[in-house]
Design a protein around this ligand. Sequence first.
Ligand SMILES: *Cc1c(COP(=O)(O)O)cnc(C)c1O
Length: 488
Amino acid sequence: MERVINNGTVKFYNGKQIPLEMHKVRIVQSLNLVPVERRLEAIKTAGYNTFLLGTEDIFLDMLTDSGTNAMSDNQVSKMFVADDAYAGSQSFKKLEQSVKDVFGKKYTLPVHQGRAAENILSKAFIKEGSFIPMNYHFTTTLAHIEINGGKIAELFTPEAMRIKSSDPFKGNIDPARLEAFINEHGTENIPFIRMEASTNLIGGQPFSLKNMKEIRKIADKYGLILILDASLIGENAYFIINREKEYLGKSLQSVLLEMCDLSDIVYFSARKVTSSRGGAICTNRDDLYSKMKHLVPLYEGFLTYGGISIREIEAMAQGLMETVDPDVVSQSPLFIDYMVKELDKLGIPVIMPGGALGCHVDATQFVSHVPQSQYQAASLVSAFFIASGIRGMERGTMSSTRDEEGNDIFSDLELMRLALPRRVFTLSQVEYTIDRLNWLYHNRNLIGGLRFIEEPPVLRFFTGKLEPLSDWPETLAEAYKKEFGNSR
Ligand SMILES: *Cc1c(COP(=O)(O)O)cnc(C)c1O
């Protein structure tokens, strides 16, 4: 049966503009909403780090969209016919075919997740003194580049750091800055230029195809490689066909292919979109392929399974095919857009326009009375967990590092990210999120600061622990109980 693509744009007779789910739920998992006292206790035990909470205490898990998206019935069914083999699996051939069809690349190196691709790329291309120009870093990207002796240069446009903006493409690289940077540092020190689709850490913001073409031109002029981090490529392409004049109404497939054609290497984390695990590095260039190929068996597994189960290779192959379906890809951006607009109406500072992967609340404004040195975003994330049972993620200075003198390197943005895993939450759950955030906003003066009591030297946000600088969490929980009584 030919499926009619509705793209979430069904008109309502009553004139309301709400996103409509183009799927039905057939497997469900029960949720638990524990009382506020328990939430307070749980966040305390977790060292005010939401990574250290257990899901038994969490109502809506908006930590991340990584490995938490709903799979399609087709993906699950493909997992049962997986061709388990150490080498030469038919399932891997399906993945190769999907990569050819969707990304237009003939070589596929499978890896266990996105950061594993970054490890291999860094090992193959980066040396002491390398510079990697990019639109913006991702946490694991930065860590791999630095551990191999390289440095990053984030060449975004000024609009990228504006919280409320009407710029549809805040993920663009500034071409003038890029060219100046190349001239300053010399092509010999720049192993590649990196463009990240739907730039994760600045609010899931896309770049335009026009921009990507400009960057490609510069790469050609200086003989540089262009690498695309395609972890969130589906949404970036969705924004292009909805926001970029020359591409309005074009198919996702054609835009995805064009983005990949402009890249020498495409790599991705399959946890974000296509599957619950996995990733791959894809290219058409023989020279680049042979520079990376031998590293896969060393760090991941043989070339046809890459450290993940063959079932997951099947899920990835099918998931990739589904990233050209607008009904699949549009769900998350449409929900995020709805959430962002509703929060904005309430005066709550959020990154606008809405991007991919989640809604990003600006902690700099939300808790402007807390100094940045006391981890504004981390404070807000903890406070919101107490006020809702919803787990968000800190994306600010706690996710940053320290300089050589031991001072915090302040993050450009202090954000609480509320991720919306694809096709997982319902609109009433989104309404609950908006409601509790609204309550917290009206009681924001009760939120105080945090300090580290346990701090790992790398990627400290994953396992570090903090403590409050006063008894503000208790005060907040008291205020919550007063407002909502015995209702959870
Ligand atoms: C998640 C992500 C990665 C890392 O992928 P993992 O599978 O979590 O290791 C890299 N780049 C971007 C843009 C991401 O969103």
